[in-house]
Every structure is written in C-alpha cells, then in structure tokens.
Design a protein around this ligand. Sequence first.
Ligand SMILES: [Zn+2]
Length: 87
Amino acid sequence: MNQNVTRRLANMRGAPRCGAMTRAGGQCQCPAVHGRTRCRIHGGLSPGAPRGTGNGNFKDGFWTAEATEERKWVKRALERYAKGTDQ
Ligand SMILES: [Zn+2]
C-alpha cells in the first residue's frame, strides 16, 4: 500500500505543468489538465472559442487554422532559405 502511494505521488509530481504566464512574470507550474497544456484555472477545461463565424470576434479569418498554418509554413520556408539548406 505504501509503495503504491509513493508511486502515485511520484506520478503526480512528474505530471506536465501549466505554462501560462503569471502576473509575477513566471510560469504557473500547476499540473496541466490531462491532454492539455494549461491547468484548470488557465483554460485547460475550456474547449476554446467557437470556430468560424460562430465567434463574435470573427472578422477576416486571420486566425483560422488554415491561415495560421500557412503563416507557419512560410516562416519555416524562410528559415530554411536563410540557413541555405533549401535545395
Ligand atoms: Zn495555470
């Protein structure tokens, strides 16, 4: 029983941590919600804002998954080009 408790405490200690920025400037460090990168306080429980036009702040599609993926692709291509490894 005691070994079981020790192992479970070690698992809890090794859990992924929340990376949210605190007002003090550091990271939150609370255990993240299972399968997420944030703790229960910093949005780990929330599925996020409604997608597409269901969101009241949806204006021009700048932050859609396709648009952000395209910007990431351009950034990676530029980084490869800057290194000179794009042959
Ligand atoms: Zn947090």
